[in-house]
Design a protein around this ligand. Structure first.
Ligand SMILES: [Zn+2]
Length: 268
């Protein structure tokens, strides 16, 4: 579990719901997490859990005084939860000074703490903040591609990229159908725990592997938001994406498949 995230895209409501869901999963005392009925889940749902807090800008911008006040709460000991979860709403309103103060907190995180910045547009955050966080993109509600170029291919690329235009453009060069097909075959092999079935997916160059895995990450993110797949599946894909930079793509994909097998498969 990482301790610093940026949730961006989608709606503020989607991002907040998912942050609270994550807080419930981390603190739930039930067997199937989140159970929605244990004292911890209930307190989080009603906004009364002492270890789960939401910071919202008091003015048009989120200034340094507010971050410094908030810092005290971050370092305060846990009241009762396993994890403290802090959600910073409208993080694109952080002033540069406030963002730098926040970075100090993130650099020396107290244990078992998760800090989530919620922003419509992650591009508006300082690059130094973005580079330290794990980014999680929320797709826009409804059909993507409203202002697309009217081509079904572009709509497909936008869907695969989770609404990211930059990624959709790269996917257009490679062919959205090829990507969707590869991801579908990978998920079927994983779902069937069919290691041999993976062989037909190679050879894969590292650049295309990166597009395939990014498309897979988008699917897991969306399923996670809908409660259909676990955070661990997404984290496995993210690890694979970073491993791609040094290791052979075939090896990376096989290791990823094995991790997903162990988690019970996340097939189509
Ligand atoms: Zn619970």
């Amino acid at each position: 579990m990482g301790h610093f995230y940026i949730f961006h895209g989608g709606s503020p409501r989607d991002r907040r719901d998912f942050a609270l869901r994550l807080a419930m999963i981390l603190n739930c005392q039930g067997l199937e997490k989140p159970c929605h009925v244990c004292p911890s889940c209930r307190k989080i749902q009603s906004g009364n859990h002492p270890d789960v807090s939401i910071l919202e800008p008091l003015k048009a911008s989120l200034g340094i005084e507010q971050v410094l006040n908030w810092q005290e709460t971050v370092y305060r000991k846990h009241y009762e939860g396993e994890y403290k979860v802090f959600l910073v709403e409208q993080a694109d309103a952080l002033t540069a000074a406030a963002a730098n103060a926040l970075l100090k907190i993130v650099e020396e995180p107290p244990g078992e703490t998760v800090i989530i910045l919620s922003a419509q547009n992650a591009e508006k955050l300082l690059a130094t903040v973005r580079s330290r966080a794990q980014l999680l993109y929320f797709a826009e509600g409804g059909e993507a591609g409203e202002e697309g170029e009217g081509r079904p291919e572009w709509t497909g690329a936008l869907r695969l990229s989770g609404g990211s235009y930059a990624l959709a453009e790269q996917m257009m060069h490679h062919g959205p159908e090829t990507i969707a097909d590869w991801v579908g075959r990978f998920r079927r092999a994983v779902g069937a725990r069919d290691f041999v079935g993976l062989f037909s997916l190679f050879p894969v160059e590292s650049e295309e592997a990166s597009l395939y895995l990014q498309a897979l990450a988008v699917q897991f993110e969306q399923e996670m938001i809908q409660g259909k797949s676990a955070v661990s599946a997404l984290l496995a894909v993210r690890d694979a994406l970073s491993a791609l930079q040094q290791a052979n793509s075939r090896l990376v994909i096989e290791v990823l498949a094995l991790r997903l097998f162990e988690q019970g498969g996340y097939g189509a």
